[in-house]
Design a protein around this ligand. Structure first.
Ligand code: AMP
Ligand code: MG
Length: 363
């Protein structure tokens, strides 16, 4: 769905002229001071984390958090992740924290792992989408940590894109989605990981991954033993249980229609070439998201590689920017080579593409 079709966007107030803070090695302290003042004035500041750019507001201020939902056009029942800069902040925001959760914090924080915990009353309903749990994460990025420290506030920060669009991995992506709708953007360059954090529900007897990410199921099981997965990956019927509200919405989708082709590499490439011929006859403009190993017989103008299948972190890093850059080339359809391994980080890459896809073809 394009932004113009999002009902909540039509009435959303513009938050005035957006300020851009480009960072260099001399201005970090001053930038953080100014950005923190905006946060404490109930404003919205987009900032880099190691995963993707976040759109931050004081997580404990319901009015400020409501403005995040308005700026993004985000459905109100999709809760936000609260970003903190020290483990001590956890106890103010969450309670009955299980021992296993502390183990994961010790191992993976700061880093791309979000823990769902029972919430304390201090966290407003709007932040948790009305749930009795809260999502907490300590980002591994000095700008993000600095903004939390200098503002003195935990920051509710979803990805800094219009709801439904691919997550932003550069300040430019944030600007193209949210300019004029938010108060400031801190430009800290391209993020490191390019895919959102792993989300794990620690309130269940057996913890469950609700969203896969760079930290894999196997990484987590090494620390706390057996866990399970609770996310939908596009294959389940709509009636399947939804534990994480965000999972039921369209996500990560560029303007072009995404078609994912899964199967063995040669069959996938063969099918893509056949589809290119058909679309060529219909004069449909097609973009391709391939891997370094996709052996195409013909060269196609609008094609990008996500990287090598041997390096799933590279595929993850290039996915959202790849979708956005094919959109910028005005393609109608994007065909994605889904022949990479769906294990480990590959599970996260496949999860995001499946959600962005209008259809999945298995060959
Ligand atoms: P975003 O910040 O846009 O990357 O999305 C945050 C993700 O965390 C969404 O999928 C939310 O549904 C999920 N999330 C946040 N808080 C909770 C919670 N309390 N329980 C379950 N899922 C949550
Ligand atoms: Mg998001």
């Amino acid at each position: 769905m394009g932004p113009a079709e999002l009902p909540f966007l039509k009435d959303a107030p513009m938050t005035g002229r957006t300020r851009l803070f480009p960072l260099n090695e001399n201005n970090l302290r001053d930038t953080l001071k100014e950005a923190a003042a905006i946060i404490n004035d109930r404003g919205l500041v987009a900032f880099p984390t190691e995963t993707v750019y976040g759109l931050g507001a004081n997580a404990l201020d319901a009015k400020a958090v409501r403005a995040i939902f308005e700026a993004k056009g985000r459905p109100a029942d999709n809760p936000l992740i609260v970003h903190i800069s020290s483990k001590q902040q956890c106890c103010k925001l969450a309670r009955n924290i299980p021992e296993k959760a502390f183990k994961l914090m010790d191992k993976f924080w700061p880093g791309p792992l979000t823990l769902i915990l029972e919430r304390q009353e201090i966290v407003p309903d709007v932040t948790t989408g009305g749930l009795d749990t809260v999502a907490l994460r300590m980002p591994d990025n000095e700008i993000a940590l600095g903004l939390i420290r200098v503002s003195g506030q935990p920051l509710a920060a979803p990805s800094a894109n219009l709801s439904g669009k691919p997550s932003p991995t550069t300040a430019q992506h944030v600007i193209s989605d949210l300019w004029g709708r938010i108060d400031a953007v801190i430009d800290g360059g391209t993020v490191e990981i390019g895919l959102e954090s792993t989300v794990i529900d620690m309130t269940l007897p057996v913890p469950a991954i609700l969203r896969p990410g760079r930290i894999s199921l196997e990484d987590i099981e090494k620390e706390i033993g057996s866990i399970t997965t609770g996310y939908l990956d596009g294959n389940q019927p709509e009636s399947a249980a939804v534990r994480s509200p965000g999972m039921k919405y369209t996500h990560y989708a560029p303007d072009a229609t995404v078609i994912l082709i899964e199967g063995a590499s040669t069959s996938v490439v063969h099918r893509i070439q056949e589809m290119l011929k058909t679309y060529g006859l219909e004069e449909v403009k097609v973009g391709l998201l391939l891997t370094d190993e996709s052996n195409m017989d013909i060269y196609h103008d609008e094609q990008l590689s996500l990287g090598s299948k041997d390096k799933p972190a590279e595929l993850a890093f290039n996915l959202f920017s790849g979708l956005r850059s094919l959109d910028a080339r005005d393609v109608d359809i994007i065909l994605v080579d889904g022949s990479f391994s769906h294990h480990g980080i590959g599970a996260a890459v496949s999860n995001r593409i499946r959600k962005a896809a209008s259809s999945i073809i298995k060959v």
